[in-house]
Design a protein around this ligand. Sequence first.
Ligand code: G16
Ligand code: MG
Length: 222
Amino acid sequence: FIDAVVFDLDGVITDTAHYHFLAWREMAREMNIEIDEVFNERLKGVSRMASLELILEEGNRQNDFTLHEKETMAEKKNQHYCQFLNHLTPQDILPGIVELISAIKSEGVPIGLASVSKNALTVLRALQLDNTFDYIVDASKVKKTKPDPEIFLTACNRLEADPERSIGIEDAAAGIDSIKASKMFAVGVGNTLYKSDYQVAATKGLKWENIKSEYQTWRNMQ
Ligand code: G16
Ligand code: MG
């Protein structure tokens, strides 16, 4: 009765969300802009260039740079970020994720991955999860960043899943908005994802039996 489950990558499968933050903070400091983890919530699930625009706006410097300069800054952030990726191993898969994936797969439910990151495949390879998902949607396959529904709808479409009978799992507000705009059931990992249909504080709380029963309750209300 569930067509598909679609996972976000950064912050759900592994804690690269934190590496994105460290890399942006380093780049922002070079521009004399200070960002903290509260501000960083707004960058989660948002594409590289859109994140840069938000940071420049935060420092009131949105009109100070040419497109070429902005591309150089984004590239610099990516270099910082890729240095962290060099150290990523399967041990960096967040608690509960391997168990969750195998529980879903044992019921024959297809799983997808929806990440706006250009580094998604590099991350999946480092975690040895590149052959785990039935379909992967990354930055190369979509035009719009989250919160637009395009990425989750593309995943459902390729998995031949009806979004209204599918589940999305996200750690970012923009990601939850993207799932809800797709009409899927939204599972949030965090404490402030008020728009999710079901929220757990951390990935170790993601239990397939609980997700299924929350989904069923939600379906019955539709
Ligand atoms: C991720 C992160 C964002 C990041 C974006 C682009 O999205 O959450 O913070 O800005 O990818 O990443 P890159 O610079 O590697 O292309 P998601 O959808 O995996 O949460
Ligand atoms: Mg995320």
